[in-house]
Design a protein around this ligand. Structure first.
Ligand SMILES: *Cc1c(COP(=O)(O)O)cnc(C)c1O
Length: 338
């Protein structure tokens, strides 16, 4: 019997663990973590769940070309390159500037080691035009951040996975689920999935890019799309997806004092490695939501791969050998103000 499409390309290893962070919990305020950093041993994080459904829906055959876009240190581009080449696709991406950090440089080098065909664009807007150009040459398009309604359905499945863990007694039902919000598919899928499971859990999407209102609108639109696919009323989603724009700082890729504090606290008290672009800001929000006099149970959904990039980097060109058009995408933080 032929495997159902939804089962034929399960890249991830599920369920991912949930854990109580003892040192950051009080009697009346608990902090838990969902370890989606562990979705895959070679490259984990939140893009895995979205890409496995998207690749199925694309129905591309080995040898086909796919194209996407992202910042020069985009986890989405790296995940698309890794999982795309794993299933025999040839992967192209249009990349736009991002403040330079060691991590951003590592991601770019890992992309190139995996055979990504990279094109440089001076801004996100020009990158969109570049992506249309790739579509014109016949490449199948993977949406930015893998966040179409289809991609977000990967996080509906993730919400169902958590619901099963709650039913099994692995963790009590959370009041809030705090997660970084970029292209929006993760927060949207979770909100729709919790609604479908009739959980009380509300999602707080922590905006990490500007304009924050646009990111919030996209996330809400994706959540309504997921609700329609699930056959539940989009009205049920409305109050479930809160968007917190208070942690965006200087914008995408720019760290903030709150994120730096959160990164330190996560390392010392939760044994978690965070990044300044996404998870530092989301964890800062989770800590904020637990500060007295607030009470309740917060689940921080960890979206950053914790697999080491070293195996890719061992095969990667040194930065000096990377094409200068790509190297120029690594900006200094204060130059990246849109
Ligand atoms: C892409 C990414 C996100 C954002 O997820 P969206 O579904 O795009 O909102 C959050 N955290 C990390 C580490 C990511 O790489």
């Amino acid at each position: 019997m032929r495997a159902r499409p939804s089962e034929s390309r399960r890249f991830g290893h599920y369920p991912t663990p949930v854990q109580r962070i003892v040192r950051l919990s009080r009697d009346d305020a608990e902090l838990w973590v969902k370890r989606d950093d562990l979705t895959h041993p070679v490259y984990g994080g939140n893009k895995v769940r979205k890409l496995e459904v998207l690749f199925d829906a694309l129905g591309t055959l080995p040898g086909a070309r796919i194209a996407t876009l992202g910042a020069v240190g985009s986890h989405h581009v790296l995940a698309t390159t890794y999982f795309g080449s794993k299933v025999g696709l040839s992967v192209e991406a249009v990349l736009f500037p991002q403040p330079r950090t060691d991590h951003v440089v590592d991601v770019l080098r890992a992309d190139l080691a995996l055979g990504l065909r990279a094109f440089a664009a001076p801004s996100p807007t020009v990158a969109v035009l570049g992506l249309l150009g790739r579509a014109f040459t016949g490449a199948a398009i993977v949406p930015p951040g893998a966040s179409s309604v289809t991609g977000a359905m990967g996080y509906v499945a993730a919400a169902r996975e958590l619901a099963a863990q709650v039913r099994a007694g692995t963790m009590p039902e959370p009041d809030l689920c705090v997660v970084a919000l970029g292209s929006g598919g993760t927060a949207a899928g979770l909100a729709a999935g919790f609604a479908a499971e009739r959980m009380k859990t509300r999602v707080v999407g922590v905006c990490i890019l500007q304009p924050a209102w646009a990111a919030a609108a996209v996330a809400r639109w994706l959540a309504r799309g997921c609700a329609r696919r699930l056959g539940i009323s989009p009205g049920l989603i409305a109050g479930r997806l809160l968007v917190d724009t208070g942690f965006v700082g200087g914008g995408y890729g720019c760290t903030s004092p709150e994120a730096e504090d959160a990164i330190r606290i996560a390392a010392s008290d939760a044994d978690l490695t965070l990044d300044p672009t996404y998870t530092g800001k989301a964890f800062a929000c989770a800590l904020h939501r637990l500060r007295p006099p607030r009470a309740g149970r917060v689940l921080y959904w960890h979206t950053l791969s914790s697999a080491p990039l070293a195996p890719f980097l061992a095969l990667a060109p040194p930065l000096e050998a990377v094409r200068s058009s790509l190297r120029q995408l690594l900006t200094r933080p204060r130059e990246f103000i849109e």
